[in-house]
Design a binder for this molecule. Sequence first.
Ligand code: HEC
Length: 259
Amino acid sequence: MDFLFNSGIPGLIYDTLRGIGYPHPVHPIFTHPPIGLTVGGFLFLLAAVVFKRPGLFQTARHCMVLTLIIFPFTVFFGWVDWVHFYGGTFLFPFQMKLVLAGFFLLFLFWGGFRAIKSNTGPGKLLFINFLTFLVVIGLGFFGGEIVYGDRAAAKPPTGETPGGVQPAEEGQGREQLVSLGADLFSDQCAMCHYTDKTATKIGPGLKGLFVGNILPASGRKVSEANIRSQLRNPYEDMPAFADLTEKQVEGLIAYLNTL
Ligand code: HEC
């Protein structure tokens, strides 16, 4: 089981992709074929039933079989991205994705099996395909929740300090530390935490973290030591960041102090 969460394969894949200049998640690309084919298959079936066109029925069957062929790749890259970008944590949207993917596969096999049997009429297939269609909408919804959260409703960030107008007295070292922390944060933390509000994305929003007294999830006191321990040995659902260097941790803390 440990293999599922701590495998080196996702890291290896992303190292290779970065080597050829591709830094983005791969799973979202592989979600389009099953979604498109499911919707397409559904529409072809509907047209086959309504207009009594056996040719369209055949097209729908091909869509269903093609979905079945491509879906393993979608699942594989879903796993890769989940481990690589989200530390393989079992947060609610990931649980929903797993359950829905299971149903999707079930309906795909059921539909594919019925599609091959020559005595299955388009009406029966239409019912199965409709279920598949509903599940694929659910999968897309939770995928969107993970990537965008409630960003759509969020205000665009304002009040950014324009570059170069930081107080001159502030040590150069401190600025560098904050900027190191900011880069690291956008790389490793921003997919789960907002910095411009306290609303939950996947973890709690961290705006004003050091202004308050208690940490949002654990209720521990806000202190450097407790943030450190959150990174090395996190409270409940957050993945651990045990291999950050001391400098990186300091950078993150310096950056969190500015929120
Ligand atoms: C996979 C999503 C995810 C990533 C990536 C992530 N976090 Fe979290 N974080 C969470 C969740 C979820 C919680 C709330 C924990 C809980 O409720 O069990 C949390 C909680 C926290 C807290 C509050 C802890 C407390 O005691 O209340 C801090 C601070 C924090 N994260 C900082 C970070 C920093 C800094 C990074 C990047 C190095 C990071 N997180 C990366 C999901 C994530």
